[in-house]
Structure formats: structure tokens, C-alpha cells
Design a protein around this ligand. Structure first.
Ligand code: DOR
Ligand code: ZN
Ligand code: ZN
Length: 408
């Protein structure tokens, strides 16, 4: 089969370290099947399925189930993330070793949807992570600072009468976790960085903190990585005027100064990669009043275009840089050997073909996701995924998902 790629950009398939697929438990919002289809359309060849399912993915049986279902669907490599704790906001360390050694080969563990605020638990998880060669990903939020919080703390929230969510709720936990990672020799991944202050904490962790001796066996240094979402790169709390719950997300949309700091940090490598935090929700959980709505936004099908809009069209990244933050770096952070690097001769390719000159208008109803809670509804965005290929087979082409059955 010959593909005319004149004028197109070819990149290694995208790797999303942060996707919510909702299976098991909320198959009315998304399934592994529909989420995989959405990922293929977005140019992804690997996604990491977050652990805050129902039940929570805190054991080998459940992560193997998610992994197997991903293989059956076959549109994208679904890597289950294991919960650090047992159950939702659990207090015991989960069976990390069992999950790492299971068929799913879990390489990333995370909170279960609620921040691991207990420092002792976080410290033990980080110690364990280095022994397993796995990464601990953390939703950084000091819960005692976000009680009742509904939007970024600032003028906008005050004007709307919404309780404010302080930047320091994120920054204080990130600082603590960087210290714990460094001192234990652990491997920390900071999820969805949203404030300029967190960027400064990450700079400090990579510089002055890393120069202090580690207290880990053999003086082994810790390692910290970080991700930013497309929505935190583009959107601000200015959008909240309409009380439309589509703009409700955790962490909240911040200020323009924050978006600019996040973009600069992604460009200079202080933030390693883009991760979507694709968070599909059923209509009844979004088509309601602000206070009752669940936080979260779709992201898989719009991520590339938002990165082009905020990073390429602003001159902050070239296409090489897009490959770095969407494919190479995330694959490297979790040790995916067959993703995010140039294709060797004779090897079945996992790649994405992009039309850099195209524009398109986002319509949530047209998404392959079961949900339609995109905050980019009606926006005209640059760049379009023309085709996605997983190990030599097209999984999406010209906006259509291609399943095994279609290509046989
Ligand atoms: O907005 C969010 N939605 N933030 C989270 O941390 C969880 C996610 C979800 O699961 O819906
Ligand atoms: Zn989170
Ligand atoms: Zn999330």
C-alpha cells in the first residue's frame, strides 16, 4: 500500500502517560474500546490508563484485565497504571511488586484519584519504586488547602463567588515529594503541573536540591519528571464567566502568567512532556450546575493541535521538539523500548502522520470518545492527524478508526 505523504510530518507515535479510560466501573463515560479509538485518532500508539477506576486498579488481577482488554481492542498499547494505595484514598501500600511482575508489567504507579497526602506512604512508595524500576506518579494536591475549592484562587473565583483553590496546594506537595524522591533515591513523576510556582519548585529540584547528598543506599540520587496538559497550556480561568462545567478541572485552569510559565518550562525541558489527563464524563456529570459537576476534560484527539497552537506557532518548539515532548521523552520516562524513537530498518513502525498546514474545528459530538466534554468545542485549531500506525498497521486514517477487521 502506497501512502502519499507529500507535505506531511512523520513523528514516532505519541505516548500519553495520563489517560482515564473509566473501565471498569464507568463504562457509560468511556470504555477501553472507545478510549483506544480516541487515542488512535489523536496520533497515540501507547496510553497509560489511570488507576482511579471502580474498583481501583490496586492489584495484579485488575491490571491484567485492563491490559488484556487493551490488547483485544488492539488500537493502542494500553498500559495500566497501578494504584499506590489499596482502594480509594486507601491507607495501605498496594501490591506494587505483584502488579510489576504481572502480565501487564506495570511500570507506573499513581495515586488512586486522590493525592497521596500521607508523607510516610509516599516515602515508602518512592523507596519501593526504585527497587522495582517503576515510576510513582502523583496528583499533587494538599487536600487541607482545597476543602470546598471550585476554581483557581484569584480575582475570577472571587468575582464568581467560587471558593478558591490556592496555587500552594499544588506547590507544597510537589516540593515535599521532590524532597522525598531525592532523599530516598526514588522516581517521582509530577502529574499535570499547573502553576508558575510549581515550575520554580521543579527548577530547584533539578538544580540545588539535586546537588545535596541523597540518603538512599549507595547515595543513589532520586529522579523527578513532570508533565503538563494541553488545557493548562492554552486555557485560563478567564473562561469561567459562563459557569460552564466543561471548564471545571482538577487542578483548575489558572492565569495567563501560569500558562506562559508552563510553555516556557516545556520548551526548556523543566517540564518533560505533554500528557492529556483525558477525563471523559457521562452527560449527567457535566450537564449540571458547576458545584455538582465532576472535574475533567477530554484530551486525546485535540492534544497535538493544542501543542501546535501553543508551542509551535509561538516559536517555542519545532517538530523535533514536538516529537520530544509527545513521544520520545514520555516513552523514555517509563522505559517503553518500542515507542518514541526513530524506526529501525525492517522494524514494524509505530508512527503518526500529520498535516501541519490543516485546520479543523473541534466538535465533541464527532469524537470517538463516548463522552463529549471537550473544552475546545467550536475552536479552530491547527494541524491534523492524517494517519496513525501501530507496529506497521494503520489504526486511524483520515479521521476514521481502522480496526483489525477493517484491514484484513
Ligand atoms: O480533572 C480531573 N479529572 N482531575 C483528576 O485528577 C481526575 C480526573 C478524573 O478522573 O476525572
Ligand atoms: Zn490528577
Ligand atoms: Zn488524571
Amino acid at each position: 500500500e502506497v501512502v502519499d505523504a507529500t507535505g506531511l510530518v512523520a513523528l514516532p507515535g505519541f505516548v500519553d502517560l495520563h489517560t482515564h479510560l473509566r473501565e471498569p466501573g464507568r463504562e457509560d463515560a468511556e470504555t477501553i474500546d472507545t478510549g483506544s479509538a480516541s487515542a488512535a485518532l489523536g496520533g497515540y500508539t501507547a496510553v497509560f490508563a489511570m488507576a482511579n477506576t471502580d474498583p481501583v486498579a490496586d492489584n495484579a488481577v485488575l491490571v491484567e484485565h485492563v491490559w488484556r482488554r487493551g490488547r483485544e481492542v488492539g488500537l493502542v498499547d494500553v498500559h495500566p497504571v497501578g494504584a499506590v494505595t489499596v482502594g480509594l484514598a486507601g491507607e495501605r501500600l498496594a501490591e506494587l511488586g505483584g502488579m510489576a511482575r504481572s502480565a501487564a508489567r506495570v511500570r507506573m504507579f499513581s495515586d488512586d484519584g486522590v493525592c497521596v497526602d500521607d508523607p510516610l506512604l509516599m516515602r515508602r512508595a518512592l523507596e519501593y519504586s526504585s527497587a522495582l524500576g517503576a515510576v510513582i506518579a502523583q496528583h499533587a494536591e494538599e487536600p487541607r488547602l482545597t476543602v470546598g475549592a471550585q476554581a483557581h484562587e484569584g480575582e475570577r473565583a472571587a468575582l464568581l463567588g467560587l471558593a478558591g483553590w490556592p496555587a500552594a496546594a499544588e506547590e507544597s506537595i510537589v516540593a515535599r515529594d521532590c524532597l522525598l524522591a531525592h532523599r530516598t533515591g526514588g522516581r517521582l513523576h509530577v502529574c499535570h503541573v499547573s502553576t508558575a510556582g510549581t515550575v520554580e519548585v521543579l527548577r530547584w529540584a533539578a538544580g540545588p536540591l539535586a546537588a545535596l547528598p541523597s540518603q538512599a543506599p549507595g547515595g543513589r540520587p532520586g529522579r523527578v519528571s513532570a508533565e503538563v496538559t494541553p488545557h493548562h497550556l492554552l486555557l485560563t480561568d478567564e473562561r469561567l464567566t459562563t459557569y460552564d462545567p466543561v471548564n471545571k478541572v482538577n487542578p483548575p485552569l489558572r492565569t495567563e502568567a501560569d500558562t506562559l510559565a508552563l510553555r516556557a518550562a516545556l520548551a526548556d525541558g523543566v517540564i518533560d512532556c505533554v500528557a492529556t489527563d483525558h477525563a471523559p464524563h457521562a452527560p449527567q456529570d457535566k450537564d449540571c450546575e458547576w458545584a455538582a459537576a465532576r472535574p475533567g476534560m477530554l484530551g486525546l484527539e485535540t492534544a497535538l493541535s493544542v501543542v501546535v497552537e501553543t508551542m509551535v506557532n509561538t516559536g517555542l518548539l519545532d517538530w523535533r521538539g514536538v516529537a520530544r515532548v509527545m513521544s520520545e521523552r514520555p516513552a523514555e520516562l517509563v522505559g517503553l523500548p518500542d515507542h518514541g524513537r526513530p524506526i529501525a530498518v525492517g522494524e514494524p513502525a509505530s508512527l503518526v502522520l500529520i498535516d501541519p498546514a490543516a485546520h479543523w474545528t473541534v466538535r465533541g459530538a464527532e469524537s470517538a470518545s463516548l463522552a463529549d466534554n471537550t473544552p475546545f468545542e467550536g475552536m479552530r485549531l491547527p494541524a491534523r492527524v492524517v494517519a496513525t500506525m501501530l507496529r506497521g498497521r494503520f489504526t486511524a486514517r483520515d479521521g476514521k478508526v481502522l480496526r483489525w477487521i477493517d484491514s484484513c
